[in-house]
Design a protein around this ligand. Structure first.
Ligand code: FES
Length: 174
């Protein structure tokens, strides 16, 4: 253990793992050692940070920033940042990052119409904002929406979950 300048936490929980987090953290550690940066930068793994749909994710302190959808090929730029260079803007995730605001728009629009909504209505809201069926399916797998058969054969519904309402800071309209 050294008293390092930066601490990197790479999520290796299930969803990030499925998208290559082990490779990312393995290569990051290797590069940190090869570049003799291990007395300045500490790399640890961590459990989920609840951004499972956009992983692999890493949190960097003391910067207090999150990089999302990190690939092995992003590591040279990230290491430059860790050495004191510029933040890698295109990987930044935060409540006001453009991609996060786009996703938020979908959920705000859906919640404004009701919760639950007919699945087709939710899918149309997503599609109007550029998100396809694969994205909707990903939201379901990661627990941001739940599909249920409608009552009395009235068709399937989608409920926006509390996890989503908390992440995007949106309330259910009454
Ligand atoms: S599994 Fe990594 S953020 Fe959830």
């Amino acid at each position: 253990m050294y008293w390092t300048n930066r601490h990197v936490l790479v999520c290796t929980s299930q969803h990030c793992q499925q998208k290559g987090a082990a490779d990312v953290v393995g290569l990051l550690r290797l590069q940190i050692v090869r570049q003799k940066l291990d007395t300045e930068i500490l790399v640890n793994t961590c459990g989920t940070i609840d951004l499972c749909d956009i992983g692999p994710n890493m949190v960097i302190y003391p910067d207090n920033i999150v990089y999302g959808n990190v690939k092995r090929g992003d590591l040279p730029e990230i290491i430059e940042h860790l050495k004191g260079g510029p933040v890698v803007e295109r990987l930044l995730v935060g409540p006001d990052s453009p991609a996060e605001l786009s996703r938020r728009e979908v959920f705000v629009a859906a919640l404004a119409r009701g919760n639950p909504l007919p699945s087709s209505e939710f899918e149309a809201i997503a599609s109007e904002r550029g998100f396809d069926g694969a994205w909707v399916a990903e939201q379901q797998r990661r627990g941001f929406i739940a599909r249920k058969p409608g009552a009395d054969d009235s068709g399937e519904t989608i409920t926006v979950t509390k996890k989503t309402r908390d992440r995007y800071r949106v309330a259910v309209s009454s």
